[in-house]
Design a protein around this ligand. Structure first.
Ligand code: FMN
Length: 214
């Protein structure tokens, strides 16, 4: 199931109409096996939950889940990401924290495709965002994984943070995402106030995910 989700998130997840058509055809058949051209084969009692998952993809029924993606050089943005995830958890929504240094873009899509909400964290780097954050946003854009979803931007800066926030906002606009007005940005290391604000943002995202997720 994990492999199927990863495959679909990266290949078919953004083509719900094609999936719906295929499912309509499939519903007329007594299916014994599903042998995909490439990917996992299915038979017997594994088929019903598989079709259910395909149907979730096709109908864009996102889970009550928030995916928080970030990169960080000295750990400040990372600590805020963890605090945010605690805020999400406190609402009862699911949360996935993705350290982009340790996660492939394929896995980013896997975590993001069924999430109702998202967050992107990046410290300021050379007057823009971290390259891994830029590439994750770009990858999600191509797969339409952020379209119509609510998210927040956060991250540390050293001396001038505005260009980073502007670039992230612009990049997310191109994804047709709804980015929260509040841009959570602070100078250098996090303090208790920043951690508390990150937690609050997590609570907000968690509540939204509970509202729109299925
Ligand atoms: C190579 C490099 C480039 C940086 N460029 C900027 C910049 O353009 N603007 C800025 O305000 N801070 C800049 N900083 C400072 C970082 O944004 C700051 O140290 C931040 O707290 C790092 O957050 P982190 O702990 O999440 O990595 C830069 C730092 C490094 C190491």
């Amino acid at each position: 199931m994990h492999l199927m989700k990863e495959y679909n998130a990266n290949i078919l997840g953004h083509l719900p109409v094609l999936l719906k058509n295929a499912l309509a055809q499939a519903s007329k058949l007594d299916i014994k096996y599903i042998l995909t051209a490439h990917g996992v084969g299915w038979r017997g009692e594994t088929i019903a939950p598989l079709l259910e998952e395909y149907s979730r993809f096709a109908n864009q029924n996102y889970r009550k889940k928030v995916t928080i993606m970030f990169d960080s050089m000295y750990g400040s943005t990372a600590r805020a990401a963890i605090a945010m995830s605690e805020g999400v958890k406190s609402t009862g929504a699911m949360v996935e924290v993705v350290d982009l240094k340790a996660c492939s873009l394929t896995a980013v899509a896997l975590h993001m495709y069924d999430s109702a909400c998202f967050a992107f964290g990046s410290p300021a780097l050379n007057s823009t965002m971290m390259p891994l954050v830029e590439s994750a946003i770009g990858y999600c854009r191509g797969l339409k994984l952020l379209a119509g979803k609510t998210g927040v931007i956060f991250g540390a800066y050293g001396w001038a943070g505005a260009p980073t926030i502007n670039d992230m906002t612009e990049a997310l606009k191109k994804c047709n995402a709804n980015v929260d007005e509040v841009k959570l940005q602070w100078k250098l290391q996090v303090n208790d106030e920043v951690l508390a604000k990150s937690y609050e943002q997590g609570v907000k995202l968690g509540m939204k995910a509970l509202e729109v997720g299925k």
